[in-house]
Design a protein around this ligand. Structure first.
Ligand SMILES: Nc1ncnc2c1ncn2[C@@H]1O[C@H](COP(=O)(O)OP(=O)(O)OP(=O)(O)O)[C@@H](O)[C@H]1O
Ligand SMILES: O=C(O)C1=C[C@@H](O)[C@@H](O)[C@H](O)C1
Ligand SMILES: [Mg+2]
Length: 191
C-alpha cells in the first residue's frame, strides 16, 4: 500500500559502554514495539553463572570467547523464543565489540550506540561489584575503557543516541522514530 512502511525484520542491537543503559533502554524498546528482548550478559549468566565469578575462575579471554558465541547465537535467532516475526531487541555487553566476528555479525542489524559520559554513569558504577572490568578505581577504569572502545562503537553505529538526559522510555521512543519502524508515529510513538 502506498505510504505504508515496509516490514523490516532486522534485529535492533544496542551497544555502548558499561552502565549507559543498554539493558534499561532495550527493555523499554521491546515494550514499546511489543518485541522480544535479549541481553548477551543475561544469556551468559544463565548459562555460566555470575560474570565476576567466571572472570575470577577462567579469565577474560575465556569470557570473550563465550560472549562472541552468544552474540552470534542471539543475532542469528537461535535464542529467540517468540514469534519469528516479532521485533527483536538485543543488548550487547560493553566489551563485546572487541571481537571482529561480533562486529561482522551485527553489521546486518540496526546498530544503535548509546553514548554516555562519566558524569552520567558514575552514580551507577560507584558501588559496583558485578563488573569485573571496573575493579579498582571504577571511574578511572570506565574512562580508560571508553577511550579505548569509543572508536569501535562509532565505527559500527548506524544511529547514535545521547543518553545523558532522559529516561529509558524517552530513548526507546527516540530510537523507534529514528529507525522509522512500522507502527510508530512521530507524534506519540504508536500508529
Ligand atoms: N536513562 C536512565 N535514567 C536513569 N537511570 C538509568 C537510565 N538508564 C539506565 N539507568 C539505570 O542505570 C543502571 C545501569 O543501566 P543498565 O543496566 O541498563 O546499563 P547497561 O548499559 O546495560 O550496563 P552493562 O554494561 O552493565 O550491561 C541501572 O540501574 C538502570 O536502571
Ligand atoms: O565492558 C565490559 O568489558 C563488560 C561489560 C559488561 O556488559 C559485561 O559483559 C562484562 O562485565 C564485561
Ligand atoms: Mg546491561
Amino acid at each position: 500500500m502506498p505510504g505504508e512502511k515496509a516490514e523490516d525484520s532486522r534485529p535492533i542491537v544496542l551497544i555502548g559502554p558499561m552502565a549507559a543503559g543498554k539493558s534499561a533502554v532495550g527493555q523499554a524498546l521491546a515494550a514499546l514495539l511489543h518485541g522480544e528482548y535479549l541481553d548477551s550478559d543475561e544469556v551468559f549468566v544463565r548459562e555460566n553463572g555470575a560474570i565476576a565469578d567466571y572472570f575470577a575462575k577462567h579469565g577474560e579471554d575465556s569470557f570473550r570467547e563465550l560472549e562472541a558465541e552468544i552474540v552470534a547465537r542471539a543475532i542469528s535467532g537461535q535464542l529467540t523464543v517468540s514469534h519469528p516475526e516479532a521485533p527483536r531487541i538485543i543488548s550487547l555487553g560493553g566489551g563485546s565489540l572487541g571481537s571482529a566476528t561480533s562486529r561482522e555479525v551485527i553489521s546486518r542489524c540496526h546498530v544503535v550506540y548509546l553514548e554516555a559520559d562519566l558524569a552520567t554513569v558514575l552514580p551507577r558504577i560507584a558501588r559496583d561489584t558485578g563488573r569485573p572490568m571496573l575493579a579498582g578505581d571504577a571511574a578511572e577504569r570506565w574512562l580508560a575503557l571508553f577511550d579505548q572502545r569509543r572508536p569501535l562503537y562509532e565505527s559500527v553505529a548506524q544511529l547514535t543516541v545521547d543518553v545523558r538526559h532522559g529516561s529509558p522510555e524517552d530513548f526507546a521512543l527516540e530510537i523507534a522514530r529514528a529507525l522509522d519502524l512500522p507502527g510508530i508515529t512521530a507524534k506519540d510513538g504508536r500508529a
